[in-house]
Ligand binder design. Structure first.
Ligand SMILES: *Cc1c(COP(=O)(O)O)cnc(C)c1O
Length: 222
């Protein structure tokens, strides 16, 4: 199937109100343009270098989401390009993103990445860490960033029950943060979870943003 067909099939299945991020990492701009011409505007990249190379080659109205491990020395280079950074995994990074956004006089949307999966290679705050940070008011008072919600990944496993349980934990943590700590932030509304293989489960558990690569663009060539 073509990229356009993959997108239209996904749109027929994903409920209204759930945003689709087309994860375009490792795919050439020509393939991204196929998605763009089919109406896709939100693209996700997980490497800073790749994002800054692709951004100027794509139309201006593309919204780039950064979804990978963000090293502090790469924040400045992506800042002019990103609409949202989904992968904030420390308070130090949150503070730096705020500072770099201020430096170029812009505002940027961010999500707090939660670590609920079993793999230690996935980064993010544990549930306890994020609640402690919120308690210490470390998720408050930033002028140039808007904290729009949370992002998370499930363990890579065929155990559907475990995946559903991890998504439920992400949603529950979002709910706790929203009601206890972010009540004065009307933008705290997003739960980004679900990829090609597990997005239906994620949507069932309350996802508002799915990040899908393979089911749109086919397998990646690393
Ligand atoms: C690569 C990636 C995706 C997309 O994965 P697919 O299985 O290709 O849909 C989603 N989220 C993150 C954080 C990724 O790195």
């Amino acid at each position: 199937m073509s990229i356009a067909e993959n997108l239209s099939e996904l749109h027929s299945q994903i409920p209204d109100g759930v945003q689709l991020v087309a994860v375009s990492k490792f795919h050439p701009v020509q393939r991204l343009m196929e998605a763009y011409n089919a109406g896709q505007r939100i693209f996700g990249e997980n490497r800073a270098q790749e994002l800054v190379q692709k951004a100027p080659l794509m139309p201006q109205d593309v919204q780039w989401h950064f979804i990978g491990k963000l090293q502090t020395n790469k924040v400045r280079m992506i800042m002019p390009h990103v609409a949202m950074i989904q992968s904030i995994d420390s308070i130090k990074l949150l503070q730096l993103v705020d500072k770099e956004a201020a430096r170029i006089n812009r505002k940027v949307n961010v999500l707090i990445q939660l670590h609920v999966a079993q793999e230690t290679t996935k980064s993010g705050f544990t549930v306890q860490e994020v609640l402690e940070a919120a308690e210490a008011r470390q998720l408050q008072g930033y002028e140039n960033i808007t904290i729009c919600g949370v992002m998370g990944m499930a363990t890579f496993t065929s155990d559907q029950e475990q995946v559903a349980h991890e998504f439920a934990l992400i949603k529950e943590t979002f709910n706790t943060l929203k009601s206890k700590h972010m009540a004065d932030n009307p933008h705290f509304t997003q739960v980004s979870m679900g990829m090609s293989d597990d997005w239906p489960l994620a949507v069932q558990q309350g996802s508002t943003i799915v990040r899908i690569g393979t089911h749109i663009f086919g397998p990646r060539e690393y």
